[in-house]
Design a protein around this ligand. Structure first.
Ligand SMILES: CC(C)(COP(=O)(O)OP(=O)(O)OC[C@H]1O[C@@H](n2cnc3c(N)ncnc32)[C@H](O)[C@@H]1OP(=O)(O)O)[C@@H](O)C(=O)NCCC(=O)NCCSC(=O)C[C@H](O)C(=O)O
Ligand SMILES: [Mg+2]
Length: 285
């Protein structure tokens, strides 16, 4: 399976308890928004936040941005009510926190309208070990890495190279790719540290992540930049396709460009790069 065509470079969390932030997001150049009813909302604000969010989504104005509602877990006092409220909001997807296995997804699917995709927070040790089954669960639309919860569960240290999280990130990416769904990297907590964010975005992009979850508008530009194909990548893609077409016209299956072979699999990647650029252009209108 291959990376997905729809851009998910920047996926911004917005606490559903913050009307000003909900409004601001209508003008932010993000590919997707996670409207959060879970960890960003204090217990005493949980119920009223559902109404605030329902009102914001009903008012609309989010344009082509992919709208995801993150609910509280089914094992909490707010889980069932959140799911019912989210179903009525008709978002593009509902994001389930702390998914341990495919049965959690099935239970939510039974309570959500068919047109709403289900996404999973991958942030528990059991969830990571069951990643392949979760990715293949009916209606599963995408993975979001919950690196804060995962680090908490593992008891790992916060390292710049994210070594303690690497096997989990890659396991989820493998599972997502095998199922043909997007996998979005976890948040970078130091929201004023642009250089650190850029480094972590680049690491996620190198791994194959589709984009990064973000917590502040100031992080959007960097994620959009790093997760979009660069000019150099686009130029190489065009030249690879050209070289391969020319070789093919002469009955050859392999071309040589800049001293490297170009085979049909490289051409697939090149076409995907250009398709991603087209999709970004379409999204940015
Ligand atoms: C991190 C923040 C608490 C910072 O808030 P604040 O100090 O108020 O920021 P600013 O004053 O710089 O805000 C400037 C303007 O930007 C708007 N704003 C701020 N954040 C957002 C946002 N996320 N989306 C949209 N707009 C936002 C402010 O309203 C200001 O607007 P204006 O007044 O018009 O100028 C805050 O950014 C924040 O709460 N961020 C979200 C935190 C969050 O969602 N956390 C939960 C998700 S992370 C997680 O759970 C990961 C996962 O589960 C895991 O386990 O890893
Ligand atoms: Mg979490």
């Amino acid at each position: 399976m291959t990376p997905t065509a729809r851009p998910f470079r920047s996926v911004l969390y917005i606490p559903a308890s913050k009307p000003r932030a909900l409004d601001k997001a209508r003008a932010l150049p993000v590919d997707a928004i996670i409207f959060d009813l879970e960890d960003a909302v204090a217990p005493e604000e949980k119920t009223v936040s559902r109404d605030v969010l329902a009102e914001a989504l009903a008012a609309g104005g989010y344009g082509p941005r992919f709208r995801i509602v993150r609910v509280n877990g089914a094992d909490t006092e707010w889980g069932a009510g959140d799911l019912e409220a989210a179903a009525a909001m008709a978002p593009d997807a509902v994001l389930l926190p702390k998914v341990d296995g495919p049965e959690t997804v099935a239970a939510a699917a039974a309570r959500l309208p068919g047109g709403v995709a289900i996404w999973a927070m991958m942030e528990t040790p059991a969830g990571i070990l069951n990643a392949a089954a979760i990715a293949r669960a009916p209606r599963m639309g995408g993975f979001v890495m919950g690196t804060n919860d995962l680090a908490k569960e593992l008891g790992s240290r916060d390292r710049a190279d994210r070594l303690p999280l690497m096997s989990a990130l890659q396991t989820c990416l493998l599972a997502a790719r095998a199922a043909g769904i997007p996998c979005i990297d976890g948040v970078y907590n130091a929201f004023k540290d642009d250089e650190g964010l850029r480094g972590q975005c680049a690491q996620g992009r190198d791994l194959g992540m589709d984009g990064k979850t973000l917590i502040h508008p100031a992080q959007v530009g960097i994620a959009n930049d790093v997760f979009a194909p660069s000019e150099a990548e686009a130029d190489l893609a065009r030249r690879q396709i050209e070289a391969w077409e020319a070789a093919k016209a002469q009955g050859q299956g392999v071309a040589v460009l800049d001293g490297r072979i170009v085979e049909n699999l490289h051409v697939d990647t090149a076409r995907r790069t250009l398709a991603k650029l087209d999709a970004i252009a379409a999204l940015e209108g």
